[in-house]
Write a protein that binds this ligand. Sequence first.
Ligand code: SF4
Length: 402
Amino acid sequence: MPTLSDPTATLILQIAKIGKEHPSHPDLRFIDPFAGIVLADGNLDINHLDDLDGAITRRELLARFLLLSAVLDQGPDMVGLRQWVQRITNDLYRQQIDFLHNPIRFFEKLRVGIDKLLEQHECVKKLRAEDWARSNRTNPNRYNLFMDNARQALGYAVFRWGVPLALIHLLHQDRGDSTTPLLDHLETYPSTEKMTQKIKDDPRYGLGKAIGDKGAHLFGKWLVSSFSLIRRQEESWQGLSYEVPFDSNAGRVLWRTGYLLKWATEDDYTHHKTPVLQKGRGKGGKNYLRVTNIRGMSPSRRLNLPSEICEAYNEICITHLKTHTKAPQKIEIQRIQHAYLLLHNKENPASPLSAGDFDDGLIFIGTHYCFNHDKPQCPECPISNHCEGYQKRQDLITEYRT
Ligand code: SF4
């Protein structure tokens, strides 16, 4: 199919294939409560996911941890952040504070939780700060895993850890004897995408500002694609049923490769209602990119998208995301790659690619080659042949930061 060999398709498919080989998700092998769930090779023991572990199933236990992790999974150093969450979880479980099984235990033992947050932050800082500072050409003293550059353990514990744990506790109360109250609740929504919206803004169960768009979509990606925990079989709960999370690594790669400039101009990104491009507001006075703000933005240019891509786009919105019941009036930039992936999957049913693969590819490239400074590792980067910034426009690399 010629559409799948055009430069846009080539870039999208190459990124997704890289992501399939280099998945990005929390490593569960060294987290105590999952000792019986994860095999030595890191894969889940899928034959026993529905076995009981106390009053809930292992599947539910894992979904709870992923929800908490999705809320927490942001900041300058993902590796350190995940180590921090792992260490706190293990420390609490070793003191019989089984907060994933019984979320109320986290609040009852808040003092221990706060102590562990602070203590383990120092341990991870000692292990990670120098490497992190070297990769990012910054000062190791700036290493801080608390969000929004805050340093208050109480606020972090109660807001970021407490809100998702309170949701699980509430679902326990509302759903009586269910062994999978969180999963039962999530699966009431018609699609993963709808679930990611409701996990934020449902009037009773929404986490509100405790979770961002990125975190909500990360949760969807992990549940559906990374760990296959969802029991519903429809396409609206499969690999193209949620939008890409778009963290800062993803945004940097999409910008530098020229991908985002295929759909809109710098001016459009600057003047979007939630600006994607903020002139002069990045590190060192460079232009700051906040790609998570792209959601809902339409291409400004008259796009001559091939008709099969337009049809695939409509199918994505109606059947997979379930955000529309008929063909949408406008295209949204953050969903365009889904149409290419869907066409690829129809042509190659034995080797499908998901939105999660695309996201994982962006994360892998962003964290291994496309560093947030003037001299990323372009010669070694696996997509350098398709990268506008490397091939033609150095300013896409030197003048923008995420
Ligand atoms: S070639 Fe360079 S600028 Fe382009 S994606 Fe790779 S590391 Fe980033």
